[in-house]
Design a binder for this molecule. Structure first.
Ligand code: CAA
Length: 261
């Protein structure tokens, strides 16, 4: 499938999406967002894909919503279409993905770009990564999860300061604050993030999906509810052939051959 604003390929079980508007710092225009949504949806139903990786390449992840495309919209336009309508396909697809989605971030991940990384299951950052919600600088505010997901990820103090002042967070601060899972040298971002995605893609898919559900549950539920949900999910894995295969393989000192059922 060929796209205008992204590149997409499948390699060793990994569906890779590369945002590709280098002249506009990968700003999220409506075409790019629609294409990301289509690509994620496509990988979801592609049995050869076990994990999805979204990256902006080795220079920049994305400098936010395309301000030039957005600037003449009125409140009535946005409200009627339930903003961020230009990005809706993209958020819906990432939010609803049952396969793991990793963001690999180098350079700026700002505004909607930062929000896109936080919609993914986890973020691997290059040492050049810079995260921020600078919308206040153009007289607006985050509208696709910035005030919500950032606060849940890094806590009120940092989220409040970043959203109110537009201050960016470098990779080290982002790792300390729990926004990113780990930092790698910029020149190794593509290789390291792909290796991680390929490893995840080789695991039992139904077990991966249950783990995703459980970790997501921890974000919005009480500990008691989360623990009960996790116990049932753990027990449910014993209904999978992959669970029996995994445990037998361990006992027989061989590599498991997961069938994803
Ligand atoms: N929208 C449209 N174009 C953008 C853009 C954006 N968000 N960010 C950068 N660009 C374009 C610039 O206009 C410029 O294009 P031209 O060469 O045609 O002029 C090109 O990308 C390079 O940008 P700069 O010359 O500005 O590069 P820089 O290195 O000096 O600065 C930057 C980089 C700090 C990221 C700066 O471009 C910037 O501040 N960008 C805007 C960041 C921002 O405010 N993002 C939030 C958008 S609103 C939002 O995201 C809301 C939401 O989703 C709900």
């Amino acid at each position: 499938m060929s796209y205008e604003c992204i590149l997409s390929e499948v390699k060793d079980g990994v569906g890779i999406i590369t945002l590709n508007r280098p002249k506009a710092m990968n700003a999220l225009n409506s075409t790019l967002c629609r294409e990301v949504g289509e690509a994620v949806d496509g990988f979801e139903v592609d049995d050869s894909v076990g994990c999805i990786l979204i990256t902006g390449g080795d220079q920049v992840f994305a400098a936010g919503a395309d301000i030039k495309e957005m600037k003449d919209q009125t409140f009535a336009d946005l409200y009627a279409k339930n903003f961020p309508y230009i990005q809706r396909d993209c958020w819906r697809a990432i939010d609803e993905a049952r396969k793991p989605v990793i963001a690999a971030v180098a350079g700026f991940a700002l505004g909607g770009g930062c929000e896109m990384t936080m919609a993914c299951d986890f973020i691997i950052a290059a040492d050049s990564a810079k995260f921020g919600q600078p919308e206040i600088g153009i007289g607006t505010m985050p509208g696709a999860g910035g005030t919500q997901r950032l606060t849940k990820a890094v806590g009120k103090a940092k989220a409040m300061e970043m959203c109110l002042s537009g201050r960016m967070m470098g990779a080290e601060e982002a790792e300390r604050a729990g926004l990113v899972s780990r930092i790698v040298p910029a020149e190794e971002l593509a290789e390291q993030s792909f290796k991680t995605a390929r490893k995840i893609a080789s695991m039992s898919r139904p077990a991966l999906t249950l783990i995703k559900e459980c970790v997501d549950m921890a974000v919005g539920s009480s500990l008691d509810d989360g623990l009960r949900f996790e116990r049932r999910a753990f027990e449910a894995t014993f209904a999978f052939e992959d669970c029996s295969e995994g445990m037998n393989a361990f006992a027989e000192k061989r590599k498991p051959e997961f069938k994803n059922r």
